[in-house]
Design a protein around this ligand. Structure first.
Ligand code: OOG
Ligand code: NI
Length: 448
């Protein structure tokens, strides 16, 4: 029997092997990231507060793109078999100056212990074919026909995924079959690409062509986690790999690492076959798969996130006056999420009463409570939109006059026919539970 988390760990490993065989630059990126992680972990004073070396070394996120709600529901079924649930809603149509015609969520484990076992996640985007800023009614209709005819996931894979979700795992034989089919579903298809159709979509957006111009989906990047992303950026550049011009997310600064910092290298031209207008098949190239790497920091509360959004793009010197400079201040100002622990159980001491903020300070000052940061497990829309640009050959055309349909997390739940979880609520709950348990351990009531 393979339990859910074992399926997830095995899937992540096999996907990584497949991707490394197909995209050699990915292997370089992973080697450099692991080298840096070993060095940082060996360095004096590395606390491992943002994750143990084992978890960080195994950690990856992938990204896929699908064309329709039907395909998104099927993807959700496959990820459910791996214990990965949709978390968060990202509207990338609005996320940056040159936006892309997709809305997205991330499939990932929800609970801390599941994340600890294997934190694999997949950023998953769906083409918004009804958005008139990108597609006119005729193109929407023809996209619908094209997407309606293709099959991304074979019925046997979906059936096994349903069984795995229901039973919390699969017997060894079916597990092997499931993993083989699941990895194959995310490989690059060898089928010839219709040159005219791909070109027509590419004029709207390269992302539209990558999704709707081909008969399958594929993992477009697989991202390792690194403990020092500035150092990684330097080393990749030294090796002659051209990275995008910056690291996205918060700047490097003297304060705690928060949220997510990411950088990437541009998609490499890979040989593909094209079907021409006269029916002949010719060799060509496409740039659809790229490399990305990330450093993860502390999850921020809504208040912390609002401050982050104000400071976005500001240099470290501006951050220094306006953002809590220590973990303790992040906790006390209610900007960051933390797991609280009772330092030593003592029955009958006073500070765990009501009135959380003042008492939290007291509890921390008296050393009765210790804090451990909760790592950000999600994504940032602005960075994601920037990452999408890594494989845009040009920006395409977009009519900015007409508004798109408003979409949100509830709308996406309806599309998926499954709950889409609010990331803030998940972190909040984890923090609340730890505070309650810690207070119980020192013999007082809940802080609330
Ligand atoms: C997904 C881009 C978003 C990230 O790390 O922010 C992403 C895509 O290009 O399909 O993976
Ligand atoms: Ni990514």
């Amino acid at each position: 029997m393979k339990a859910t988390w074992e399926l997830r760990a095995a899937f992540a490993l096999r996907l990584s092997a497949m991707y490394g065989a197909e995209v050699p630059a990915y292997t370089t990126l992973v080697e450099v990231a692991h080298g840096i992680n070993r060095e940082v972990a060996a360095r004096d004073g590395h606390s491992g507060r943002l994750g143990g070396i084992e978890r960080v070394t195994a950690e990856r996120h992938g990204a896929i793109r699908v064309g329709t709600p039907h395909e998104l529901r099927q993807a959700a079924q496959i990820f459910a078999a791996l214990g990965m649930r949709p978390v968060g809603f990202y509207d990338l149509r609005e996320a940056a100056a040159s936006s892309v015609p997709v809305v997205s969520t991330a499939f990932r484990p929800l609970d801390a212990d599941e994340l600890e076992r294997n934190p694999f996640r997949v950023f998953t985007s769906m083409l918004t074919t009804a958005d008139r800023r990108f597609f006119d009614a005729d193109l929407e209709r023809r996209l619908g026909t094209f997407l309606g005819r293709r099959e991304l996931f074979p019925p046997e894979l979906l059936e096994l995924a349903g069984r795995a979700e229901r039973d919390g795992g699969l017997e060894d034989g079916p597990a092997e079959r499931f993993l083989t089919l699941a990895v194959a579903a995310f490989e690059l298809s060898p089928e010839p690409v219709d040159r005219a159709w791909y070109g027509e979509l590419e004029r709207v957006s390269s992302v539209a062509a990558d999704i709707g111009g081909v008969s399958r989906t594929h993992v477009n990047h697989l991202t390792p986690r690194v403990l020092d992303i500035d150092e990684l950026y330097r080393r990749m550049t030294e090796r002659g790999v051209t990275m995008i011009d910056r690291i996205q997310g918060p700047p490097r600064w003297a304060g705690p690492d928060v949220l997510l910092r990411q950088t990437s290298f541009r998609a490499l031209a890979e040989p593909r076959r094209f079907r021409e207008a006269d029916g002949s098949v010719r060799a060509g190239t496409l740039r659809v798969r790229f490399g990305e790497v990330e450093a993860r920091g502390i999850a921020l509360t809504r208040a912390g996130r609002a401050r982050y959004d104000e400071l976005i793009g500001e240099p470290a010197t501006v951050w220094e006056g306006r953002f809590p400079a220590t973990e303790r201040d992040l906790a006390l100002e209610g900007f960051g999420f933390f797991r609280f622990q009772a330092a030593e159980p003592r029955v009958g001491t006073g500070p765990c009463a009501d009135g959380a903020p003042r008492d939290l300070r007291g509890l921390l000052d008296s050393g009765l409570l210790t804090t451990h940061p909760i790592v950000y497990e999600d994504f940032l829309p602005r960075s994601a939109a920037g990452i999408f640009q890594s494989n845009l050959t040009d920006e395409g055309t977009r009519d900015t006059s007409a508004d798109g349909t408003p979409h949100d997390l509830d709308w996406l739940s309806g599309v998926l026919e499954r709950p889409v979880y609010d990331p803030f609520a998940l972190y909040e709950e984890e923090q609340r539970r730890s505070l309650r348990d810690a207070c119980a351990a020192i013999g007082r009531q809940d802080l609330g």
